[in-house]
Write a protein that binds this ligand. Structure first.
Ligand SMILES: Nc1nc2c(c(=O)[nH]1)N[C@H]1C(S)=C(S)[C@@H](COP(=O)(O)OP(=O)(O)OC[C@H]3O[C@@H](n4cnc5c(=O)[nH]c(N)nc54)[C@H](O)[C@@H]3O)O[C@H]1N2
Ligand SMILES: Nc1nc2c(c(=O)[nH]1)N[C@H]1C(S)=C(S)[C@@H](COP(=O)(O)OP(=O)(O)OC[C@H]3O[C@@H](n4cnc5c(=O)[nH]c(N)nc54)[C@H](O)[C@@H]3O)O[C@H]1N2
Ligand code: SF4
Ligand SMILES: [Mo]
Length: 700
C-alpha cells in the first residue's frame, strides 16, 4: 500500500544557479523533483540535472552509504565498511598525530568554495585544528571576477537585471547550457526588444539570439572592454587616469588586438551606452592568466556608465539586515586564527588578494599547495580532507595532482560515490545529498534567501558536513589537538539559525515557501558605501597599487602570443576547455546511464577546415596535447562551423566509472591530464590558463 504524496518546497544545489524546487515525497522516498514556478529567482526555470541527476545520485546503487576504510595499498581498490565511530576515531588519531609531528599547518582541506555550507564548514574545521590552509576551486572558476568585483568596489556578484534592461552585454557566458534561469531571462529580454550583444569566440545559442555577435580571438576581450571613452562619474576614483589609458585604446587598436571589426566594437559601445544596460559574464573570461585585468576592464565600464545598482543594470548584492553568508563566517573576527598564522597560508606571500588574511575567501593558492605536498616547501603538507571536490579530475595536471595525493600521510574524502579522488583516500565518508540536508543561503542574483529542505532521511548512514566536522572536533578535543572551536553549533539546524541571525526572516516561513524575499533599495550609494580604501568605486585600484600591481585595467596578450615562435610552430592550434554540457555538472553523474546515453564521450569541437587539414573526420577519436602539459587527452571530434578556425573547444570533467581504478580514465579522457597547473598564473589570483592554450591535434 502506498502512502500519501507530499510536496516539499526546496532549492536545488547541484549548481550555483540555485533553482527553486518542489520535491515530491511518498513513503519516505523522493519520487519527483521539479521546478517551483513561484520562486522569485528561477521563476520555473530548471534543468535535467535537478530533475534526473539529483534523485538518481541519491538512490543509485553506487551511492556511498557507509564509511569506508582502505585495505591494502593506496589506490588498489580494497575497502572495508566501518562504523562512523571507527572512521572518525581513525581520522582524529591520524590528524592529531600529524599535527603533533609537523605542526597544524601541515593539515589542509579542499572544497569548492564558500558558496555552499560545506565550504565554510571545512574551512572552520581546519581553523579549529589551527591551520589556515584550505583549497577552493574558484581559481579555476569565478575567482578572477570576484576579486575584480571586490577591488573595484562594485559588489555586483553575478546579478544582471535582464528583466528591465535595454541592452544585455554577455561576455564569455554560455547560459543555454550553464544557467537555465539566465537563459530564460535572456529570451524574455529579446522578446521585449532589448538589444543582445554577445562576445564569444564560439557561436553559442546566445550568439544565435544576439543582435550583435563579436567574435574575439580567445583571451583578447580586455582590449574591447577597455574601449569606453567619454562617460562621466560622480562616485569614481581615478576617472582621469582611466580615460588617459583608454585613449591609448581607440577602436582600431582594440580591433587589431581582438580581431573584431572596429565598426562592431563601436556599435556594441553605442548599444551599451544607450542604457540601461546590464553586463552578464562568465567563465569564458575568467580562470586564465589575465582574468582579473580583463574583468577590471568590463567592471570599470559598469562603474562609469551609470548602470550600477539601477533597474536594468547590475544590482549590487543586497542582504537582509542581520543575515550572515558563508563568506561572512570566513571573515568574522570571531572565527579567525591569529594574523601571524593566517599570513602563513600557502600562497599568501605571493597572492595576498587571493590567499591568506586579506584574500577574497582566505583560501590557499592551489598549485603552491600541490608543490608543498610534493616537495615539503615552503613547509610540509601531509594530510588532506576533501569534501565536495573531485580534484583528481577537475584540477589541471592530473598526473601531478595524483602523485601529490598518493604521497600524503593521510587523505580523507567525503563524497556521494567512488571517483578518481576518493579512490586515493584512506577513509571515504558518505555525504548527504541536497534531498537529505537542510541548507540556507543568499540567492544569487535575486533579493531572496533560499532554503534547501531535508525532504527525506539520508540513505544508509550518510551525514552532513557539519555533523562530520562536529564529530571530528569533539574527538580532536579529547586528543588535545585543537587550536579552538570555530564550529560551536551542535547541528545543522543551530548553524542555520545562526545564519538567519536577528534578520526579519524566520525559519518557519522560510521552510514553508522554500525561499523568503526581503526588501531592498536600489542606488543607495550613500547608505551602502563602497568597500574600497577610498570609499569610492576604484577605476584606479589603491589595493593593486599598494601591491605594486597595475592599478588600471590593462590588456595583456593571451598566452600563445607570449610563447616563443618555436613553441607556436609545434603547437599551432588553440585549446579552449570547460564548455558546459547540459547532462553533467563537471565530473558528476558520469555513472548515470541516461546521461551517458545523451553524452557518451568527451567531444572536441573542430572547425571543418582545421579538421580537414588534420585528416580528422566527424566522430573520429583524436588526441590533444598542449605546450605545457605532461600528457594527452583523448576525445571525439565533432566537426562544426560554430568553432572558430584553428581553435579546438572541449568541455571538462570526464572520467569513466567503468574504467580501471584508481584513475577511472582520468589520465585518458580528462582534458586536465593534458594541462599544466604550473603557471603562468594571473598575477592577482594565481589562476592558471584553462583556455587559450597552444596545442596540437592528432588522430588517435
Ligand atoms: N550543465 C552545466 N551547467 C553548469 C555547470 C556544469 O558543469 N554543467 N557548471 C557551473 C559552473 S561551476 C560554472 S563556473 C558555470 C560556467 O558557465 P559559463 O560561465 O557560461 O562558462 P562556460 O560554459 O565555460 O562558457 C563560457 C563561454 O565563454 C566562451 N569563451 C571562451 N574563451 C573566451 C574568451 O577568450 N573570450 C570570450 N568572450 N568568451 C570566451 C566560450 O566559448 C563559452 O561560450 O556553469 C555552471 N553551470
Ligand atoms: N580544464 C578545466 N578545468 C576546470 C574547469 C574548466 O573549465 N576547465 N572548470 C572549473 C570549474 S568552473 C569548477 S567549478 C571546478 C569544479 O570542480 P569540482 O567541484 O571538483 O567538480 P564536481 O565534479 O562538481 O565535483 C564535486 C564532487 O563532489 C561531490 N559532491 C556533490 N555534491 C556534494 C555535496 O553536497 N557534498 C559533498 N561532500 N560532496 C558533494 C560529487 O560527488 C563530486 O564528486 O572545475 C574546474 N576545473
Ligand atoms: S540549473 Fe539545474 S542543477 Fe542548477 S540549480 Fe537549477 S535545476 Fe539544479
Ligand atoms: Mo565553476
Amino acid at each position: 500500500m502506498s502512502g500519501l504524496e507530499t510536496t516539499v518546497a526546496s532549492t536545488c544545489w547541484e549548481c550555483s544557479t540555485a533553482c527553486g524546487a518542489l520535491v515530491s515525497v511518498r513513503d519516505g522516498k523522493v519520487v519527483k523533483v521539479g521546478p517551483n514556478a513561484a520562486h522569485p529567482h528561477s521563476r520555473g526555470a530548471f534543468c535535467v540535472k535537478g530533475i534526473r541527476a539529483l534523485p538518481e545520485s541519491t538512490y543509485q546503487d553506487s551511492r556511498l552509504r557507509y564509511p569506508l576504510r582502505r585495505i591494502g595499498a593506496r589506490g588498489a581498490g580494497g575497502w572495508a565498511r566501518v562504523s562512523w565511530d571507527a572512521a572518525l576515531d581513525e581520522m582524529a588519531d591520524r590528524l592529531a598525530e600529524l599535527r603533533a609531528r609537523h605542526g597544524p599547518l601541515a593539515l589542509a582541506g579542499a572544497v569548492s568554495g564558500a558558496y555552499f555550507s560545506r565550504g565554510a564548514i571545512v574551512a572552520l574545521l581546519l581553523r579549529s585544528l589551527g591551520s589556515p590552509n584550505w583549497m577552493i576551486n574558484q581559481d579555476l572558476c569565478g575567482g578572477c571576477r570576484a576579486v575584480s568585483d571586490l577591488i573595484t568596489g562594485l559588489a555586483i556578484g553575478g546579478a544582471a537585471d535582464l528583466d528591465h534592461t535595454n541592452c544585455a552585454l554577455l561576455v564569455g557566458r554560455n547560459p543555454a547550457a550553464a544557467d537555465p534561469v539566465q537563459w530564460s531571462a535572456l529570451k524574455r529580454a529579446k522578446q521585449r526588444g532589448a538589444a543582445i550583444v554577445v562576445i564569444d569566440p564560439l557561436r553559442t545559442q546566445a550568439a544565435d539570439l544576439a543582435d550583435l555577435w563579436l567574435r574575439p580571438r580567445p583571451g583578447t576581450d580586455a582590449a574591447i572592454g577597455r574601449y569606453d571613452k567619454d562617460f562621466v562619474a560622480r562616485w569614481c576614483h581615478g576617472f582621469d587616469a582611466l580615460a588617459a589609458r583608454a585613449a591609448s585604446f581607440p577602436a582600431e587598436r582594440a580591433a587589431e588586438l581582438s580581431g573584431v571589426p572596429a565598426a562592431d566594437i563601436e556599435r556594441a559601445a553605442a548599444l551599451y551606452a544607450a542604457g540601461p544596460s546590464t553586463f552578464a559574464s562568465g567563465h569564458g573570461i575568467d580562470a586564465f592568466s589575465a582574468g582579473v585585468q580583463t574583468f577590471r576592464a568590463f567592471h570599470c565600464l559598469v562603474a562609469i556608465s551609470g548602470n550600477l545598482d539601477r533597474a536594468g543594470g547590475n544590482r549590487r548584492v543586497k542582504r537582509p539586515r542581520g543575515f550572515r553568508t558563508y563568506h561572512d563566517l570566513l571573515h568574522d573576527p570571531a572565527f579567525r586564527l591569529p594574523i601571524e598564522v593566517e599570513r602563513q597560508t600557502i600562497g599568501a606571500d605571493r597572492f595576498p588578494l587571493w590567499a591568506g588574511p586579506d584574500g577574497w575567501q582566505t583560501a590557499c593558492h592551489n598549485p603552491s599547495v600541490i608543490y608543498a605536498m610534493l616537495t615539503g616547501k615552503p613547509y610540509p603538507l601531509r594530510a588532506l580532507y576533501a569534501s565536495g571536490v573531485n580534484i583528481a579530475v577537475t584540477y589541471p595536471d592530473t598526473r601531478r595532482t595524483v602523485e601529490a595525493l598518493r604521497g600524503l600521510d593521510f587523505f580523507a574524502v567525503a563524497a556521494h560515490g567512488m571517483n578518481p579522488t576518493a579512490a586515493l583516500a584512506d577513509i571515504v565518508l558518505p555525504k548527504t545529498t541536497a534531498l537529505e540536508e537542510e541548507e540556507i543561503s543568499l540567492a544569487p542574483g535575486t533579493c531572496c534567501v533560499n532554503y534547501t529542505a531535508p525532504a527525506v532521511a539520508p540513505q544508509g548512514e550518510a551525514r552532513s558536513d557539519l555533523a562530520i566536522a562536529r564529530g571530528l572536533i569533539d574527538r580532536l578535543q579529547a586528543r588535545g589537538a585543537l587550536a579552538g572551536d570555530f564550529l560551536p553549533w551542535p547541528d545543522q539546524r543551530a548553524f542555520n539559525r545562526y545564519l538567519l541571525g536577528d534578520s526579519a526572516i524566520d525559519l518557519e516561513s522560510l521552510r514553508a515557501a522554500g525561499y523568503a524575499e526581503f526588501p531592498y533599495e536600489l542606488g543607495n550609494f550613500a547608505a551602502q558605501g563602497f568597500k574600497t580604501p577610498t570609499g569610492k568605486l576604484e577605476l584606479w585600484s589603491e589595493r593593486l597599487a599598494a601591491l605594486g600591481l597595475d592599478p588600471l585595467p590593462d590588456y595583456a596578450p593571451p598566452r600563445r602570443e607570449r610563447e616563443p615562435a618555436a613553441v607556436r610552430e609545434r603547437f599551432p592550434l588553440i585549446l579552449q576547455t570547460g564548455l558546459r554540457e547540459k547532462t553533467y555538472h563537471h565530473s558528476r553523474f558520469r555513472e548515470q546511464a541516461w546521461a551517458r546515453k545523451v553524452s557518451p564521450d568527451p567531444l572536441l569541437h573542430i572547425h571543418p577546415e582545421t579538421a580537414a587539414r588534420h585528416f580528422v573526420g566527424d566522430g573520429d577519436w583524436v588526441t590533444v596535447e598542449t605546450s605545457s602539459g605532461q600528457g594527452a587527452c583523448r576525445m571525439r571530434a565533432e566537426i562544426t562551423d560554430r568553432a572558430p578556425l584553428d581553435v579546438l573547444i572541449t568541455g571538462m570533467g570526464w572520467w569513466r566509472p567503468e574504467a580501471a581504478g584508481p584513475e577511472f580514465g582520468a589520465l585518458d579522457v580528462n582534458v586536465n591530464a593534458a594541462l599544466s597547473y604550473g603557471g603562468p598564473w594571473d598575477p592577482i589570483t594565481g589562476s592558471p590558463d584553462s583556455r587559450g592554450l597552444p596545442c596540437r591535434l592528432r588522430r588517435a
